[in-house]
Design a protein around this ligand. Structure first.
Ligand code: ATP
Ligand code: MG
Length: 565
């Protein structure tokens, strides 16, 4: 995937150097380690593309590993959705699908090993006491009165913890490191806790569960991971990662290198799973795959393509410095991909009737429209022009504004792929609303004929025959938030939900769209990119979701609000 144009980054440099020195014998083994407590979002895509991308690039492998150590919040639904999303993005872990829970026996064994070597102890203080004694960033912590329990007593208690003798919270197992360490993560972190709770994979086998920091490094080592890539907030956890593996050198086959990179922060979105769950549970969106959500399931339903997301990941790059990426960059990557691949079609979203008075009743004029303007090899399709047409209301102005070159009384425009027409008069209702626009056409000006060249008009509008157009449901989606930083400090992200982020209309589409397949993408000329909804589209009954407008319409809005926090 590393094309010559791909900018390189510090992680690639580390790998290159390791390969040069032979540190891993040329092996590159990475992993993507989601916790199955929610759906994946666009931030995860950055990590997926990095981990799987590097493995592909260096002929290595990337594992998909579920970090399932916290059964309270985890569920099989999330496991399934994560698997589907990573696959959809185009990556393959081959046989390397793992679960941290696969290692529960080993993790337990290693914990006993640490206890025996006086590197771990059972603490019987309540959780809030433990927290109090931890100290602060400026003050050292204080030893627990249980810190010097003899190893045999610790072992006995730990075994009884496992056997289910104690209630949740009665004891914890802590690593014995240094309560005075300037790094709070090293002040005897808890590595096991009691939780009498069913686990989606191990059932009721365990009532003690290992903590993330203890589990993660050991899982990496047991899987022979070489480069363990994670986001910057784990930088301060690295000494703990290394400490645990240093104690276990006799037990684990290798000591992977943890490397941190900056997470993706994207404007106009919230990225934390807790907040995404909040949106779903409070029904502020229509589920995890709501097309306005920045989950991969939502982006997919919105019409995002895997290629667009991979392009985005490549474009934003990898660095050590935290920064904000503008949503417009993601949308531009999408447009770039869709512009290339989406077939062009005609849709009229806000119809008004156009009647060609000098066109014979019942006549159908065959017109040819290209499926893609830059790709003649994709062919053309037929559009039938009839006396009565739908055009989009915004393509007509009775009293034109300056710079309006579409249809107005007395002026001429081209009906795209057909003839030049001139507006002659209007029919309105009692309230003055336009019901019909009447015009005359010039039969010598058909597109593609010599006559078309004789006269140029500035305006060019799309149309659909009222006889042949089909009414369909169209869902006009837009950004979910109006604020570029909806969850900045002190803000409640739910107060900046965009009230216009979803509008359902009935629009007209050309007949060629009736049998659109779920997930098929189109450009509706002059309206933007649309996708046939993957779930609600049925044979002969498509439902379309707006994926993106043709260009960024948010610039003027976002410039008004504060871009920078
Ligand atoms: P959240 O904070 O949204 O709940 P998480 O980090 O707890 O996410 P995990 O399931 O633990 O979610 O994440 C799996 C992997 O994805 C981790 O390696 C994590 O660093 C990475 N990841 C999560 N969010 C981002 C992000 N915004 N940018 C880049 N990588 C991310
Ligand atoms: Mg996490």
């Amino acid at each position: 995937m590393n094309t010559p144009s791909t900018p390189t980054h510090f992680i690639r440099n580390i790998i290159e150097e390791d390969n040069r020195t032979g540190k891993w014998n040329g092996r590159v083994e990475t992993r993507f380690p989601p916790e199955p407590n929610g759906y994946l979002h666009i931030g995860h895509a950055k990590s997926i593309c990095l981990n799987f991308g590097l493995a592909l690039e260096y002929n290595g492998i990337c594992h998909l590993r579920f970090d399932d150590t916290n059964p309270e919040k985890e569920a099989q639904e999330y496991v399934d959705a994560i698997i589907e999303s990573v696959r959809w993005l185009g990556f393959d872990w081959k046989e390397h699908l793992y679960y941290a829970s696969d290692y529960f026996d080993r993790l337990y064994e290693f914990a006993e090993y640490l206890i025996v070597r006086d590197k771990a102890y059972v603490d019987s203080l309540p959780a809030d006491e433990i927290r109090k004694l931890r100290g602060t960033l400026t003050e050292a912590g204080t030893n627990s009165p249980y810190r010097n329990r003899p190893a045999e007593e610790n072992l006995d208690l730990f075994r009884r913890m496992r056997a289910g003798e104690f209630a949740d919270g009665a004891h914890v197992l802590r690593a014995k490191i240094d309560m005075a360490s300037p790094n709070i993560n090293l002040r005897d972190p808890v590595i096991y806790r009691i939780r009498h709770i069913h686990h989606q994979r191990t059932g009721d086998k365990w009532c003690i569960y290992p903590m993330y920091d203890y589990t993660h490094c050991i899982s990496d080592a047991l899987e022979y991971i070489t480069h363990s890539l994670c986001t910057l907030e784990f930088e301060d956890h690295r000494p703990l990662y290394d400490w645990v593996l240093d104690q276990l050198t006799e037990k684990v086959p290798c000591h992977p290198q943890q490397i941190e990179f900056a997470r993706l922060n994207l404007t106009y979105s919230v990225m934390s799973k807790r907040k995404l769950i909040d949106l779903v549970e409070n029904k502020l969106v229509d589920g995890w795959d709501d097309p306005r959500m920045n989950t991969l399931a939502g982006l997919r339903r919105r019409g995002y393509t895997p290629a667009a997301i991979r392009l985005f990941a490549e474009r934003i790059g990898i660095s050590k410095a935290d920064s904000w990426i503008d949503m417009a960059i993601l949308e531009d990557c999408l447009r770039e991909d869709l512009n290339e691949h989406a077939l062009r079609r005609i849709a009229v979203l806000d119809p008004v009737l156009l009647v060609i008075d000098n066109f014979a009743e019942g006549h159908e004029e065959i017109c040819h429209a290209p499926n893609h303007p830059q790709k003649p090899e994709l062919g053309t399709r037929e559009l039938l022009l009839t006396k009565r047409l739908y055009i989009d209301r915004e393509d007509f102005m009775e009293i034109p504004e300056k710079g309006f070159f579409r249809l107005t009384p007395g002026t001429e425009v081209r009906l795209r792929y057909a003839f030049i027409v001139k507006c002659t008069h209007l029919v309105k209702d009692d309230q003055g609303k336009i019901l019909e626009i009447h015009c005359m056409y010039d039969p010598d000006t058909k597109s593609g004929t010599a006559g078309a060249e004789t006269r140029k008009v500035r305006g060019n509008i799309h149309w659909l025959s009222t006889t042949h157009a089909k009414a369909v449901e169209i869902r006009l989606y837009d950004r979910l938030f109006t604020d570029p930083h909806p969850d900045a400090e002190g803000k409640d992200f739910k107060t900046s939900l965009n009230p216009d982020s979803k509008r359902i209309i009935t629009g007209y589409v050309e007949p060629a769209l009736c049998n659109a397949l779920p997930e098929q993408q189109f450009q509706f000329e002059r309206h933007g990119y649309f996708v046939a909804d993957p779930i609600d589209t049925k044979p002969e009954k498509p439902v379309f979701n707006r994926t993106a407008s043709l260009r960024n319409t948010w610039e003027k809005i976002s410039n008004k609000s504060t871009i920078n926090k």
